[in-house]
Design a protein around this ligand. Structure first.
Ligand SMILES: Cc1cc2nc3c(=O)[nH]c(=O)nc-3n(C[C@H](O)[C@H](O)[C@H](O)COP(=O)(O)O)c2cc1C
Length: 209
């Protein structure tokens, strides 16, 4: 690992190239990753913190940037869900290669309303609906038990729609800080941090790499 040295050659970021609204800037970067057909362009590494201050992280998929926040879907009784219930402060990171771009978001996660979860659940493929509905996410479970549960639910609901389980739904992360990082040659990277002010405007500053 010590010998892995990647040089970053991209043009980088300037004040002028950035949108004044960091949510718009975030949308631009995600859209560019999607348009370039990068693998998993909407994958985000989400960190939550337990009641006793222990952080944990995992990858989830960003499903929208709307209503002032970043939306993802999961099980509310998973580890992350239980941690968010006690402490809604979260952070997530997205990294796009070969664009040499990283985005870091810090904010609070709030459940989206049930209608929004219903409509996204209904849009998922049938097999994903079944898997989500039977999974006691983050609990110990054998493969055999999981497959039996899938077969049982497939019998009960031979085609979509499968009812959305109450413990499955969306969160929207409302950010108060968003950072855009762009790799540059010789590790003199570009970083811009936006911090939300009390009046709702955003303060933007360049940070040292
Ligand atoms: C590429 C990728 C995408 C994933 N997307 C999701 C997702 O959108 N929602 C989700 O609940 N888990 C997703 N997972 C699984 C999570 O990483 C994780 O295993 C699961 O949510 C349980 O996390 P927890 O026990 O920390 O709560 C994804 C995993 C990978 C590798």
């Amino acid at each position: 690992m010590k010998d892995v040295r990647e040089e970053y050659h991209a043009d980088g970021l300037t004040e002028a190239s950035l949108h004044d609204d960091p949510l718009e800037q975030a949308r631009r970067w995600v859209d560019e990753a999607i348009e370039a057909a990068l693998p998993l362009p909407n994958a985000m590494t989400l960190a939550t913190v337990s009641a006793d201050g222990q952080p944990s992280s995992r990858v989830v998929l960003l499903k929208g940037i709307e209503a002032g926040g970043f939306t993802f879907f999961t099980h509310y009784d998973s580890r992350k869900g239980e941690e968010i219930a006690v402490n809604p402060k979260v952070s997530f990171t997205m990294f796009w290669q070969p664009f040499d771009r990283q985005m870091i978001v810090i904010g609070e996660a709030h459940k989206v309303d049930q209608q929004e979860s219903d409509s996204y659940f209904a849009s998922r493929p049938y097999a994903s609906q079944i898997s989500a509905a039977i999974s006691p996410q983050s609990r110990p479970a054998s493969r055999a038990w999981l497959e039996d549960e899938v077969a049982r639910l497939e019998q009960a609901f031979p085609s979509a729609p499968v009812p959305r389980p109450a413990q499955w739904g969306g969160y929207r992360i409302v950010a108060h800080e968003i950072q855009f990082w762009h790799g540059r040659p010789s590790r003199l990277h570009d970083r811009f941090r936006y911090q939300r002010q009390e009046d709702g405007s955003w303060l933007r500053e360049r940070l040292a790499p």
